[in-house]
Design a protein around this ligand. Structure first.
Ligand code: URA
Length: 249
């Protein structure tokens, strides 16, 4: 395999970033500096270092995406743009990536993309209680009764009652970012992910969600610098936060 390709795979760098660090003499193969990006290396046996640190093969990759409205949380779709189509061609073909759970087509915000099926499964299991935080623009302001109803568990239909959820007003700082114009908004934290759950919970209180954005999941916050449609790899600390969130306590 080419050195720049292996370096990109091991570190999550783009090919051009990998080429830069190679040309700058920061990469060694078996102890020797290699400055040729097309150098042939053996991914099974050669030891690569970057700035003196040994690189080990990454079993899985993890991205956070700021999902834009109009995209579907699927790997394939006949009619609509999928969240995977937002990745660069290089990142898309690297692994068998899929979204961790679903956001509605018109919902924006935090969506993880990974090839780690086990972590995904654990994050989505209601038994693991991974918190999901949503900000919603609403038709009307929330009341103390709404907060109590969310805390008690909203009845979604005849046979289904949602687990208790925390409904609250936004802080002034949150409002400045999320709803600078006039209107009503609220934050809701829940641990389930049933179909249209947040919209149905507000609908059950006689309210309507006009816009919905996921701000956090499993203790990891959506990076505020990501514009809709942009993504980046999770940091080590974010991954540890997710792991801790789904590990049996
Ligand atoms: N709840 C909803 O209603 N929609 C989403 O996309 C996510 C949670």
């Amino acid at each position: 395999m080419r050195l720049d390709k292996l370096l990109a795979e091991l570190t999550g760098m783009t090919r051009s970033q990998a080429r830069d660090v190679i040309v700058n003499g920061r990469v060694c193969v078996n102890g020797d500096v290699k400055k040729l990006t097309a150098e042939k290396v053996n991914e099974e046996s050669d030891v690569l270092t970057l700035d003196g640190e040994t690189l080990t093969f990454r079993k899985f990759v993890y991205y956070m995406l700021n999902k834009p409205a109009g995209t579907v949380s699927a790997t394939q779709d006949r009619a609509a743009r999928t969240v995977l189509s937002l990745l660069s061609a290089e990142d898309r073909k690297k692994r068998n990536l899929f979204p961790v759970g679903r956001l509605d087509k018109d919902t924006e915000g935090l969506l993880f993309l990974t090839d780690d099926g086990m972590l995904s499964h654990r994050l989505l299991s209601p038994r693991k209680h991974a918190d999901k935080l949503y900000f919603a623009k609403l038709e009307r302001k929330i009341t103390e009764e709404d907060i109590a109803a969310f805390a008690a568990g909203i009845k979604l239909d005849e046979d289904l009652t949602a687990m208790p959820a925390v409904l609250r007003r936004l802080t002034n700082e949150e409002l400045r970012d999320f709803l600078p114009e006039d209107g009503a908004a609220a934050a809701v934290t829940l641990q389930e992910g049933k179909f249209h759950q947040v919209k149905r919970m507000f609908a059950a209180t006689g309210n309507e969600v006009l816009y919905l954005k996921r701000m956090a999941m499993g203790g990891v916050l959506l990076d505020k610098t990501l514009l809709p449609g942009e993504y980046r790899e999770l940091t080590k600390d974010e991954l540890i936060t997710l792991e801790n969130c789904v590990t049996e306590k």
